[in-house]
Design a protein around this ligand. Structure first.
Ligand SMILES: [Zn+2]
Length: 410
């Protein structure tokens, strides 16, 4: 007898099967196409699919001195509402997470405050000793300024010193200084430099939010197995034209033209990770030019809508938001297999709904997709074998815990 049995369709080796998932003590005990008995049984029903708990490796949760923008609590509520069971917390906060003391404060905020599981990041900028002292789950470097204004004065030395996976915001500071519009060249030049360093140091590097044809081409043609990259839904689904109509869509790297956007789609099968770069700002901050787009509560639904439109397939979502993040960041306790934590994102592929930012849990109550009809919705989120969100309602207390990251804090 299991604590909980989830009954329905789930992905097994990339294929949809009908069956049962047995969960006890918060972990997956059995995946079966036969019958299983549980003290509690969850039947997901027609049109619904049980995806493995989805992971977003790029999320800004603010808090600290920027609680008006977002808090750990509101941001992780937004995560589970959107079907994200684990978030990666970006460290360019105010104050930034650049020393072991601030890192401890950050960890304390999450303990008892997070509704989803989480990975904690550490910001690199000439603070090698502190980076080595802090057992973060991943490290972040900026090659050019973004929110917070800070960037690595010596990227190569920051990257080589970090004791774990380095996620890098690759936009060249020199190009940005000459051209604040941040043309594709800013990204391509920075990626070339990052790849050169990766070739030299041969250690894990994850390039954040790649937005250009040239950038993707450089990474793919270098073919370094320890280099991964992310693409955001906003770069996949929006262009510069949308930004021209709506100045709120200011974001770094900027939305590109149609040709660049199409290039991302042409390489879609080779994109390892989709991550939101959820960057919440209040409407007033946006009017004053803050860059960033909230994405936690729309990203999975946008991808489900893309499945319905025949652009992608359901296993693509699991691959880019579960399987690959686990492999790339060395997460030991996650995965759709026996012994791993029982995190699931239950989706209804047939459900049609309209994006209404006033119903978001994030404090950034706006969206590029406001009013848009999407087909496909996250209807339930399960964390450690407990239903934590059902039909837009958050259930229970914040019981998220930190991930077990093998590479980050090795
Ligand atoms: Zn970011």
């Amino acid at each position: 007898m299991y604590d909980l049995v989830l009954k329905g369709k789930f992905l097994k080796n990339g294929k949809l099967v009908e069956g049962n998932i047995g969960v006890s003590d918060g972990r997956i005990v059995r995946l079966s196409t036969g019958e299983l008995k549980g003290e509690e049984t969850l039947r997901t029903g027609l049109g619904k699919v049980i995806l493995p708990g989805l992971i977003d490796v790029h999320v800004h949760l603010r808090d600290f001195r920027q609680r008006s923008k977002e808090t750990v609590r509101t941001g992780t509520m937004a995560a589970i509402h959107g079907g994200i069971t684990t978030v990666f917390d970006m460290p360019n906060t105010d104050p930034p997470v650049m020393d072991s003391g601030t890192f401890k404060m950050r960890a304390k905020l999450f303990r008892g405050g997070a509704y989803s599981d989480y990975a904690l990041g550490f910001l690199l900028n000439g603070n090698c000793t502190e980076a080595r002292r802090t057992r973060a789950d991943f490290y972040k470097a900026f090659m050019g300024a973004s929110t917070g204004g800070m960037f690595s004065e010596d990227f190569e030395s920051d990257y080589s010193c970090a004791p774990g996976v380095v996620s890098v915001h690759a936009e060249d500071a020199g190009v940005i200084a000459r051209n604040p519009e941040r043309p594709p060249e800013a990204e391509v030049r920075a990626i070339k430099r990052a790849l050169k360093a990766a070739e030299m140091f041969k250690k894990p590097l994850n390039v954040c939010h790649v937005s250009t044809a040239g950038g993707i081409e450089e990474i793919l043609s270098a073919g370094l197995p320890w280099v991964s990259f992310e693409v955001t839904p906003h770069h996949l689904f929006l262009t510069r034209k949308d930004y021209e109509k709506n100045p709120l869509l200011k974001v770094y790297p900027p939305l590109r033209d149609e040709e660049q956007r199409r290039a991302l789609w042409e390489s879609f099968s080779r994109i390892p990770i989709i991550a939101s770069d959820h960057a919440p700002h209040t409407p007033e901050d946006k009017e004053n030019g803050a860059a960033g787009i909230p994405g936690l509560e729309t990203e999975v639904a946008l991808l489900l809508d893309a499945v319905n439109r025949g652009l992608i397939e359901l296993p693509d979502i699991a691959e880019k938001m579960h399987v690959n993040p686990i492999r790339i960041f060395g997460i030991r306790n996650k995965g759709l297999e026996v012994g791993k934590e029982a995190d699931f994102t239950v989706v209804d592929l047939k459900r049609e709904w309209k994006v209404r930012p006033e119903e978001f849990y994030t404090r950034a109550k706006w969206s590029p997709w406001e009013g848009k009809k999407l087909k496909g919705k996250v209807v339930m989120t399960v964390l450690h074998g407990r239903v934590v969100m059902e039909e837009d309602e958050i259930v229970g207390k914040p019981e998220g815990v930190r991930i077990d990251a093998g590479k980050g804090n090795a």
